[in-house]
Design a protein around this ligand. Structure first.
Ligand SMILES: C[S@@+](CC[C@H](N)C(=O)[O-])C[C@H]1O[C@@H](n2cnc3c(N)ncnc32)[C@H](O)[C@@H]1O
Length: 257
């Protein structure tokens, strides 16, 4: 099996479990808190991501934080709870905007968290700048001809990583001095050097805040990455990892060394 097919299988596993679950929750628990989950929004109840490692992101030192593709808005809420004064969640999906507002209200940070419908940074207003920009992006480089404009496909697929490229290129221009971009990302996709290559191309120094090895998958992620899919041996992807990455812009904006 190709790495890309493995990712597709994992992605489909998450979405299928979401759709086939007759008891699909509209409120779920994660990190000791309850969260609203609206229909059609990426479901961290079935596949949590970088929010599990949010304590590695220095929110308390940030005055402004942007969560791209905010979904249920967990990371936005965690940023506000950790002390960030101004948090902006952006998502293509209008239901995700409402979902982020609901969770901000649920956790008493509606005064700090704003959410806007946005195609990447289109809804960022002139002059807005951030100390941190985060995304748990669509992981899969599926061929453009198999991707439709449904919200699930927008959430799962990024043909030729066009979105990720724009996220990194344009995000750089929206950072305060000293600001950083954060990414939750899977490895491989048949291209294990992808993020390092993009970091160099767009002028970032790449750091790894957390590496989650499939062979040591924590309980919270085990259902999204079941053993029978990860497997072992030649067909297995036990050496596939997930990462919370930190990208620091180089001073000159050119290629990182
Ligand atoms: C993998 S989900 C992550 C959701 C949430 N941040 C989380 O970690 O639970 C990716 C999110 O990116 C959003 N998205 C995809 N393409 C986008 C775009 N061009 N502009 C803004 N958001 C986008 C999707 O709607 C989805 O909510």
């Amino acid at each position: 099996m190709e790495a890309r097919d493995f990712e597709l299988l994992i992605g489909r596993n998450i979405i299928d479990r979401y759709h086939s679950d007759d008891d699909r929750p509209d409120v779920f628990e994660l990190l000791g808190r309850k969260w609203d989950l609206l229909d059609g929004v990426w479901p961290p109840a079935y596949s949590p991501g970088g929010e599990l490692y949010a304590d590695r992101i220095p929110f308390a030192r940030m005055s402004a934080f942007l969560e791209m593709g905010c979904g249920t808005g967990i990371m936005s809420v965690l940023a506000a709870l950790a002390g960030t004064e101004r948090v902006l969640g952006l998502d293509l999906n209008p239901a995700a905007v409402r979902n982020t507002e609901l969770n901000a209200a649920r956790h008493g940070v509606a005064d700090r968290v704003t959410a806007r419908e946005s195609d990447l940074y289109s809804a960022v207003r002139p002059g807005e700048r951030f100390d941190g920009i985060y995304w748990n992006p669509p992981f899969l480089n599926a061929p453009a001809e198999v991707v439709d404009s449904s919200l699930w496909d927008e959430t799962m697929f990024d043909p030729d990583y066009a979105k990720l490229r724009r996220f990194l290129a344009e995000g750089r221009e929206l950072l305060h001095p000293g600001g950083r971009v954060y990414l939750w990302f899977g490895e491989a996709m048949g291209n294990p050097t992808l993020i390092a290559d993009l970091a160099a191309e767009f002028g970032y120094v790449l750091g790894v805040l957390t590496e989650v090895r499939m062979s040591e998958i924590p309980d919270a992620l085990a259902e999204a990455f079941p053993g029978e899919l990860i497997g072992g041996g030649a067909e297995g992807f036990a050496e596939w990892h997930l990462h919370l990455l930190e990208l620091a812009p180089t001073a000159n904006g050119g290629r990182a060394a």
